[in-house]
Design a protein around this ligand. Structure first.
Ligand code: NAD
Ligand code: UGA
Length: 431
């Protein structure tokens, strides 16, 4: 099929590449000229495992193209996906101006029937607004359908998530649109759930909120484990072995971050309030998450007493492993706080350092070329992101290079016995 994706970021670019991989002919549109120039020059603007090979292969096969022109994209794609940002506003509600702008732009160039698919994460009832906007600004009066098709990929494993999805949700009130959408997804051989548009939009916020709830739940349990001498990993294993609960998303740590959970949970709280049915449980989820970092820092301060002028190494800046994404990263917040308290902070992240440098909030930190370089002469080391590279570090060499073998593991990456046997004073979360 001929497809168009508007917005070539984490979702749009990976989705476009995966659609091309299964044989569709895809144009990815972006209004960021620099991004499109990079893609046209064969460079990938984001780090996502497996993406580069996929893009290179499909560009060579002429199934994947890039442009800044929505007109060209809409002329090409019988199905047009919208994957632009839906950032939070100060009050937690969603800024829908990107979606509205794209809807108007599509309306301006729409000449024949198209299925317009919202893949961005949006509040329930956005589909209705998108349809209204296109109707209002389209001069030709041509037919179109609006579909909600939320995306569930995770950064760091976006390619496998897209190629082998747990489910595809198609929210539509129209059979013609549903059958075209089924055709798009047929090659993926995944279970398809067809719903009305509002339900599909709600599924996305409800799913992310539930996952965030699991994380806050285990972090609250971790605090009880610390107070009682229990081990949160064992507790998570024990509850996770119940198939009704499951072990996934029960890893205690510094809390959830990233460009999705914090904004989507805030959005769902805001939507529920607007609808007159406040979802107060999610306010507690947010509160627990916000306190996770401070709870951890208390332990750092207890051990180091005053942080001013101490040399502290931090491993990890990305909001999770296998990505260069530092948006709303708890690891970044941690470094900012340590700097604020006057510590000398030396950081290392396998993929996130370029973006952290560009952002400029860590100007006072030193960026190291390796984990061991960051840890040199450090009075403490904090693991803030659970990259595999950190799990494989030679602990004897690490101990030798540090000033004091004091190790804070904010992601429970290492085994406590192994760290302690290697001579470290080891502090982790909930155990
Ligand atoms: P992103 O910022 O990485 O990419 C969005 C892209 O849209 C950018 O490249 C931007 O230049 C482009 N853009 C903005 N306005 C445009 C316009 N008018 N015309 C053309 N291009 C335009 O964002 P993302 O992480 O890909 O997220 C996109 C949406 O998908 C959000 O709603 C997000 O919540 C949702 N989502 C994200 C993830 C994820 O893991 N990142 C997963 C599922 C859903
Ligand atoms: C999340 C969802 O998992 C995706 O399904 C969804 O599509 C996406 O948001 C989105 O809507 O944009 P993502 O943010 O990429 O994906 O990453 P996750 O793996 O979910 O991790 C989010 C945060 O939770 C990270 O900071 C991670 O460290 C934290 N986390 C995750 C925990 O603290 N504990 C866990 O057990 C799992």
């Amino acid at each position: 099929m001929k497809l168009c994706i508007i917005g070539s970021g984490y979702v749009g670019l990976v989705t476009g590449a995966c659609f091309a991989e299964v044989g569709h002919h895809v144009i990815c549109v972006d209004n960021n000229q620099k991004k499109i120039d990079m893609l046209l020059a064969g460079q990938i603007p984001i780090y996502e495992p497996g993406l580069e090979e996929l893009v290179t292969r499909n560009v060579a096969a002429k199934r994947l193209m890039f442009t800044t022109s929505i007109e060209e994209g809409v002329a090409h794609g019988e199905v047009v996906f919208i994957a632009v940002p839906t950032p939070p506003q100060a009050d937690g509600s969603v800024d829908l101006s990107y979606i509205e702008a794209v809807a108007r732009e599509i309306a301006g160039v729409l000449k024949e029937y198209r299925v317009i698919v919202d893949k961005s994460t949006v509040p329930v009832k956005t589909g209705e607004k998108v349809a209204e906007t296109i109707r209002r600004y389209n001069k030709t009066g041509c037919e179109f359908d609006v579909v909600s098709n939320p995306e569930f990929l995770r950064e760091g494993c976006a390619v496998p998530d897209l190629m082998k999805p747990d489910r595809i949700v198609i929210g539509s009130n129209n059979d013609r649109a549903v059958s075209l959408m089924k055709k798009v997804y047929e090659p993926f051989m995944a279970p398809i759930l067809v719903t009305d548009i509002n339900s599909a939009e709600l599924i996305k916020h409800a799913a992310n909120s539930f996952l965030a709830l699991k994380i806050s739940y285990i972090n609250a349990v971790a605090a009880i484990c610390e107070a009682s001498g229990a081990d949160v990993e064992k507790v998570a294993d024990g509850i996770g072995m119940d198939r009704r609960i499951g072990r996934n998303f029960l890893n205690a740590g510094l809390g959830y971050g990233g460009s999705c959970f914090p904004k989507d949970i805030a959005a769902f709280i805001s939507i529920s309030r607007q609808l007159g049915v406040p979802f107060t449980l999610l306010e507690e989820v947010e509160r627990i998450n916000a306190s996770a970092l401070e709870h951890f820092l208390v332990k750092v301060r207890e051990a180091l007493w005053v942080l001013r002028d101490k040399k502290i190494a931090v491993w990890g800046l990305a909001f999770k492993p296998d990505t260069d994404d530092i948006r709303c990263s708890v690891a970044m917040d941690l470094v900012v706080q340590l700097l604020k308290e006057g510590a000398y902070v030396s950081v290392y992240d396998p993929k996130g350092m370029e973006k952290a440098k560009e952002l400029g909030t860590l100007k006072k930190a030193t960026f190291a070329a390796s984990p061991l370089e960051a840890a040199q002469d450090a009075e403490a080391l904090i693991i803030a992101t659970e990259w595999e590279e950190f799990a494989n570090v030679d602990l004897a060499a690490l101990k030798k290079t540090m000033h004091t073998p004091l190790l804070f593991d904010g992601r429970n990456l290492l085994h406590p016995d192994i760290a302690r046997e290697a001579g470290f004073t080891y502090v982790s979360v909930g155990r």
